[in-house]
Design a protein. Sequence first.
Length: 134
Amino acid sequence: EYFTRYYVRQNNSITAGVLDTGLVIAYFQPSPVNNPNQWAPLPYQFDSSFGFTDNYVYVTALGQVTFHYFFIQTDPNATLPTLSTYNDETRQFKLITITGKGGKFMTAHHVDLNNYDAVMRVTGLWQQEAKGVK
């Protein structure tokens, strides 16, 4: 049985320079059906109310990011679902890479990196979304 489901996404904007002095930020849709315009930062955890949490995390490496999904048992009497056959909602993820200067600017101006809309305003990515670029 799996301990994590994962997806490796190649991304050539994750360079050694970005990993050394920049930022890589990931967001996802926690409720794609009920609120498709909401973007929350990773890592993300929510209580399933069945004795376990759903967990979404990411790990960066040169040229790629790996998204992981797994359960953590919170009630010792609960039975965890079988991860390999568990049917989760289809979710979208967004990955933002920021060079060292951009990251320093955001830190100096106290931009909340957990706030997707704030990051979009500062980086100008909202312009791409307005044009339909994903």
